[in-house]
Design a protein around this ligand. Structure first.
Ligand SMILES: NC(=O)c1ccc[n+]([C@@H]2O[C@H](COP(=O)([O-])OP(=O)(O)OC[C@H]3O[C@@H](n4cnc5c(N)ncnc54)[C@H](OP(=O)(O)O)[C@@H]3O)[C@@H](O)[C@H]2O)c1
Length: 309
């Protein structure tokens, strides 16, 4: 107890400084994302209101922190800065995310993933949504979770919500199509346009020519190109395990944020699943950095150019 009392004020002071710095940094990240969306001409130099010596500048297509930011700010910015990078007009940036248990499950067998990750990880997820133009989920997630996919834990815009529903299985009365909180698009193949429009209204349908190939697989470049036409260049693929795994297997993801919670689920809904290989040398070994998010650990995987080790 004595120890705690003696050290309490220092710990509090440190905590406040770090929290204040993160509070100052978040609007700069939002501004950088906004400049990427709408900006023409040179990137502005972004500075913190309470201390103009602290800021962000744009260099070589990336934003970098300048000034003496505390470690907590670097930890916040590290996994988020790549999302506000320049995106060429003919390209997309795609980041996947999965919150998973230590044993690699994203939900229980019954489909419950509600309390898997802690509050800091959830806040990180909402920051990802706020920095991306679109957040996409697969049919399984839309059906099991009836998610809102908003940014209610942070300041920042809601992304456009995209439900990849090639067999039109998501109930039209789902909140995503009816709550009006943010725009929602049901992504389906062009040949299903009329049926999809009947279900959710034509304005909520993103019909993509050639979305599904002969083997029933989603052709991601076709989907991403249609999203770019709508001004949606940065896409967060939020789950579930099947959708993120297929993106990963097809080389669609630029980055993957795996938020690992200290919980063991046992048999459940698996996270990343890739085709089997025989040797460790054939496994994907991307550049990776780990960040602490409360009790959870965020693994930020850079998949650009990632090859088997
Ligand atoms: N912890 C987390 O971060 C997290 C995040 C999201 C969801 N979840 C949990 O994950 C569970 C749902 O995940 P899930 O993996 O079962 O479902 P999912 O990934 O949401 O959806 C899978 C379905 O999407 C369609 N699909 C996706 N990619 C496709 C492709 N490349 N080609 C063809 N079809 C494709 C298929 O639908 P069809 O069957 O119609 O062909 C497939 O069955 C829920 O329990 C949810 O709570 C957890």
């Amino acid at each position: 107890m004595t120890f705690e009392l003696r050290n309490g004020p220092n710990i509090l002071a440190l905590g406040r400084t770090a929290a204040q710095a993160c509070e100052a940094l978040w609007p700069l990240l939002l501004q950088a994302a906004d400049w990427r969306r709408h900006g023409r001409g040179p990137a502005p130099r972004l500075t913190a209101v309470h201390d103009p010596r602290l800021g962000m500048h744009h260099h070589d297509g990336q934003w970098q922190l300048h000034g003496a930011w505390p470690m907590a700010a670097h930890e916040l910015a590290g996994p988020l800065l790549p999302l506000v990078a320049d995106v060429p007009a003919d390209a997309s940036r795609v980041v996947g995310q999965l919150g998973q248990s230590l044993d690699g499950q994203v939900a229980t067998e019954g489909g419950d993933s509600g309390a898997l990750n802690g509050p800091e990880a959830l806040t990180h997820l909402h920051r990802l949504r706020a920095l991306c133009d679109a957040v996409l989920v697969g049919t399984g997630t839309a059906v099991a979770d009836n998610p809102r996919l908003t940014t209610r834990r942070v300041n920042g815009p809601h992304p456009t919500r995209v439900v990849l529903d090639v067999h039109l299985r998501v109930p039209p009365e789902s909140g995503l199509f009816t709550d009006g909180i943010a725009p929602t698009l049901l992504a389906c193949d062009e040949r299903d346009r009329a049926r999809a429009a009947e279900r959710v209204g034509g304005h909520q349908v993103l019909a993509v020519p050639g979305l599904v190939d002969d083997r029933g697989q989603v052709v991601w470049p076709a989907l991403l190109a249609r999203l770019r036409e709508r001004g949606l260049a940065t896409v967060l693929v939020e789950g579930g395990g099947v959708t993120v795994s297929r993106c990963l297997a097809q080389g669609v993801l630029d980055r993957l944020h795996l938020m690992v919670a200290p919980v063991l689920i046992g048999q459940g809904r698996p996270g990343v699943q890739l085709p089997p290989v025989q040797r460790m040398s054939q496994c994907l070994r991307p550049r990776a950095r780990a960040y602490r998010l409360g009790d959870d650990v965020l693994w930020d995987l850079d998949l650009r150019g990632a090859d088997p080790s």
